[in-house]
Design a protein around this ligand. Structure first.
Ligand code: ARG
Length: 480
């Protein structure tokens, strides 16, 4: 715990107070960035060697030391350093001696931590995007299977117009497809090498940032060091993308939770994903979906932490930025666990086709179709709308669902109703009548499913194009 201290730092102080170290250390958190830190050092070493700033013998020793550490547990590092960067350097000093003192040439922890966090966010975005692609595909497949399952849609949580379950599933698919685009944006933001800008202003040594960039698989280098060491925008883009993904999962969960109640009765949960009550023997609870909804709180909290961490900061690196660690490190596992649960549990949620039919047959959700049928006859929409409103009132007064109104009764209410118009009284054919783009109609839903397939393909290809840490290591391991 003496590496980042000089006579100037420590004059007369007798060393860093242990309580200050305990308060300021980030090691307990950024030990999760061990692999990222080693990769950065391997690429930096490769560059220093290439430009002649590292003697060959030292390069060899350091390379061996770093490669050796890759397969070891982070617990082998000294545990009393300020952060992962110092811990690795201290361990290297133990293992290879003097050469360890050359590795930090033209490097600062400011650009080093920026690199570690870039590598972490890039890897997480790729992993999440890949899982998201699979989930979007699964939603498309399920939608295909549910084209003939009809139930009422809701506006203001009141029954609205019949839709197919395929349309409902595709709606969530669209949300997740937009999230995939957001992760792709975040991947683009994070795709620049921060290492090599030093503490803030670069270096007077002839370093080659392009070499490091290529070895770490970034497509460009950052342009301004002062900006680079204080930049966490890419991390905020990532926590936002995760937050939005989780909010979409939360809304899907809210629908499932409602639809699985006795009051709605549209969905049944398989026993393998339902939780019981410790007291009420009859209970079959949707805890998984409640937690999917509940965990979005944490993602949102983490995102807000990132934003408020930066708010009020001047330019350049400040230690405040270390507070990115806890929210960032929690974000990836949170997103992946929720995606995994959505993928596991949604196939175990089945539609109660009979209950869905009943909900349509016993209600008035085909009223809009009836008004549109009158429009087809030439009535002004507002007149048609009033006529159907009167018919609904009549039926309700008779205690009849709309589907059971007869031609005679309808004509008593308004002479404009005829046999052709009353074909629309069947709520089970309502979905098939929808012909507009973006509607619940069969052709429009086929277009939506195709769009989801395309979104999944694109997301999967983007994820596959991201250089992964393990692959980068294989190349860095070979050549010092
Ligand atoms: N532990 C620090 C962080 O996580 C590393 C950078 C520290 N830089 C410094 N000049 N103290 O942000």
């Amino acid at each position: 715990m003496t590496i980042a201290r000089t006579a100037a730092t420590a004059a007369g102080s007798g060393g860093l107070h242990p309580d200050v170290l305990a308060f300021s250390t980030s090691f307990h958190l950024d030990r999760a960035l061990f692999k990222e830190d080693l990769l950065g050092s391997l690429a930096h070493l490769s560059m220093l060697t290439k430009v002649g700033l590292m003697p060959a013998a030292d390069a060899k020793a350091l390379h061996q030391g770093l490669v050796g550490l890759w397969s070891e547990d982070v617990d082998t590092l000294p545990q009393d350093e300020e952060d992962i960067h110092m811990a690795v350097e201290a361990e290297l000093a133990k293992r290879v001696g003097e050469p360890a003192g050359r590795l930090h040439t033209a490097r600062s922890r400011n650009d080093q931590v920026a690199l570690d966090v870039h590598l972490h966010v890039r890897e997480q975005c790729a992993n999440i995007l890949d899982a998201l692609a699979s989930f979007i595909d699964e939603l498309a497949t399920r939608a295909e299977a549910e084209r003939e399952t009809f139930f009422p849609s809701y506006t203001h949580r009141q029954r609205a117009i019949p839709i197919s379950a395929a349309y409902w599933l595709a709606a969530y698919g669209m949300m997740f497809a937009r999230d995939a685009e957001l992760f792709t944006f975040a991947l683009n933001q994070v795709d620049q090498l921060p290492l090599g800008v030093g503490a803030i202003a670069g270096s007077s040594l002839p370093i080659d940032r392009e070499h490091v960039r290529a070895r770490l698989g970034f497509s460009r280098i950052t342009q301004n060091g002062l900006d680079t060491v204080g930049n966490r925008d890419f991390a905020m883009d990532y926590t936002y993308a995760v937050t939005r993904l989780m909010l979409h999962g939360s809304r899907l969960a809210a629908d499932v939770i409602d639809f699985a109640t006795a009051e709605f009765g549209f969905l049944t949960l398989d026993g393998s994903i339902a939780c019981g009550s410790s007291m009420m023997p009859q209970k079959k609870n949707p805890d998984v979906f409640e937690l999917i909804r509940g965990k979005s709180t944490r993602a949102l909290g983490n995102h807000v932490s990132m934003l408020t961490m930066v708010k009020g900061l001047p330019g350049g690196y400040l230690r405040d930025l270390q507070e990115d660690r806890a929210p960032l490190l929690e974000t990836g596992p949170l997103a992946r666990s929720v995606l995994a649960m959505l993928r596991l549990s949604l196939p175990k949620v089945t539609f109660d086709v009979e209950a869905c039919r009943e909900a349509l047959l016993g209600d008035y959700t085909q009223a809009t179709d009836l008004a549109e049928a009158l429009v087809k006859k030439g009535l002004a929409f507002r007149k048609a709308y009033q006529a159907v409103g009167a018919l609904v009132t009549f039926a309700k007064n008779q205690g009849l669902p709309l589907a059971q109104v007869t031609l005679e009764q309808a004509q008593q209410v308004n002479a404009a109703f005829d046999a052709k118009v009353l074909e629309c009284l069947d709520p089970l054919t309502s979905v098939a009548r929808k012909v507009s783009a973006g509607s619940t109609g069969p052709q429009a839903v086929a277009v939506q499913i195709a769009a989801l397939r395309e979104a999944a393909r694109t997301a999967r290809a983007t994820a596959a194009s991201v250089p992964r840490l393990a692959t980068l290591f294989q190349a860095l391991k070979e050549t010092p």
